[in-house]
Design a protein around this ligand. Structure first.
Ligand SMILES: [Fe+2]
Length: 475
């Protein structure tokens, strides 16, 4: 029997299985030092790889008829590398009102404009000299110290009007962050475009009216456009009233992207009325890979696109079908979008070398999810110039998360001259590793290095390499 919920198709299952197997949370916060390394960690990798993801602290009391993967308490897992050593592993709950209450402690410091009780669970990154855990839909960013302890909520030092996102885009030419943000339940009629300066202060915010509350997970950025994804996965009040995750597949909403001109100094001159809206085929994109413009004005975006989202599977993103890699060629003048399928097979968590952001990229790297837990999740390398796809197979039952690209210092300057780092979760024996792959040699030589971790790292969302140059360690 299946569970019928208002505003949705019949769900696949009565209860969420996003708390079992590789999704099962871990209970303990661990610190482990001098981790065993197999292979050779590149000596120039000085910094931390940190990843965030949901890790419900109260899994025993969850209502699994309603639990959605996206809503658990945040937990960050990090590995600190220095001079070729894996100096430590730490995992820590991201601080929140809820975690503090559970521990019998006062709430963490910092403003809480939306009254959000759960800490950011979606991404973690270095910016403006410190470490931020971030989430969409209204939760305030939480600042972490170097060793991943929560310092408190930080609304960019009092400058953020409301919501933020897990997917700001950094403009390499300025170092600034651009973000499209939404606040479920607080803002039902608009989203917001935010620009954060290199000093960590918001210097621009623009309201963008929309006809519905779309799940605005990410954005794209090119030299001349900030791009909004107004997609048919929208908040349903009736669903929310049942206590379930509020976003559902809503094909009647249509699907479009909006090109907001980045005119004026620093791209802050345009208004919402200047947006060029372009219809695109029905589907749902969590994650674009990169975006750039050709000389003729064509805007090119590579995306991991699902046919639908939260239609039958109301507990998580994968069982309505997995996403494929597409290239969208957009003509702003004709308001048209031409779709080319790059790879029909599953592709998610797309990344590229950060320094080619907003420019034409040759390479993209993805994780390849599988619904079969006996299968692995390989890492894919796409050559968008030649169409070649290479596969790094981590082995049966070994699932690689989102990779992060780290450029090699003083290398040959090739776009793929660097490393990919990520966590690999072994679903057979319940262990996890931090691994380093050679992005250029890729599948030809196996791991550059692998570091055994003292516990599982449950399937999570987004991680980043945070160099010691960007966020220095304490003295
Ligand atoms: Fe994401």
């Amino acid at each position: 029997m299946s569970t019928a919920v208002p505003g949705s198709a019949t769900s696949f299952a009565d209860v969420s299985d996003y708390v079992s197997g590789p999704y099962a949370p871990v209970a303990d916060e661990i610190t482990a030092v001098d981790l065993p390394v197999e292979g050779e960690l590149p000596a120039e990798l000085n910094g931390r790889y940190v990843r965030n993801g949901p890790n419900p602290a109260d899994v025993g009391s969850l209502d699994l008829r309603a639990h959605h993967w996206f809503v658990g308490d945040g937990m960050v897992h990090g590995v600190r590398l220095r001079d070729g050593r894996a100096e430590w592993y730490r995992n820590r709950f991201v601080g929140s009102a809820k975690m503090s209450a559970a521990r019998g402690l006062p709430d963490i410091p910092g403003p809480n404009w939306s009254g959000n009780q759960v800490g950011p669970n979606t991404s973690v990154a270095g910016f403006a000299g410190t470490t931020w855990a971030v989430v969409e839909a209204g939760g305030c960013p939480v600042e972490l110290d170097y060793e991943l302890e929560t310092l408190g909520r930080n609304d960019f030092y009092g400058t953020l009007p409301g919501a933020f996102t897990a997917h700001p885009k950094r403009d390499p030419s300025t170092g600034e962050l651009h973000a499209m943000v939404y606040a479920w339940a607080q803002w039902m009629d608009h989203v917001q475009y935010i620009v954060v300066g290199v000093d960590g202060r918001v210097r621009h915010a623009l309201d963008i009216p929309l006809s519905g509350m779309t799940m605005l997970h990410d954005m794209s950025l090119t030299p001349n456009w900030a791009i909004i994804y107004d997609q048919p996965c929208t908040a349903d009040i009736d669903v929310a009233m049942t206590g379930q995750f509020p976003f559902r597949w809503n094909p009647d909403y249509g699907n479009r992207i909006g090109l907001l001109p980045r005119t004026g100094e620093g791209g802050t001159g345009a208004s919402a009325a200047d947006i060029i809206w372009i219809d695109v085929p029905l589907g749902y994109v969590f994650h674009p890979l990169n975006a750039f413009e050709r000389d003729d004005g064509t805007v090119v975006i590579d995306v991991c696109n699902y046919q639908k989202m939260f239609a039958a599977d109301v507990f998580g993103p994968f069982r309505d079908g997995l996403s494929r890699l597409e290239r969208w060629d957009i003509d702003p003048g004709r308001r048209s979008c031409s779709v080319t399928v790059v790879d029909e097979t599953p592709n998610e968590f797309p990344v590229h070398r950060g320094s080619v952001g907003l420019q034409e990229h040759r390479y993209g790297y993805c994780s390849a999810p599988s619904l079969d837990r006996s299968q692995g999740w390989p890492t894919l390398k796409h050559d968008l110039l030649t169409g070649e796809r290479r596969i790094f197979d981590h082995g049966p039952g070994r699932a690689a998360g989102e990779p992060a690209f780290v450029g090699r210092t003083g290398g040959d300057g090739a776009e793929d001259d660097g490393w990919l780092v990520t966590f690999v979760h072994d679903m057979v024996d319940g262990t996890a590793e931090f691994v380093v792959m050679d992005a250029q040699e890729f599948d030809r030589r196996g791991y550059v290095a692998r570091v055994s971790l003292p516990q599982r790292v449950p399937f999570g969302f987004h991680g980043n390499w945070i160099s010691d140059e960007s966020v220095p360690p304490p003295n």
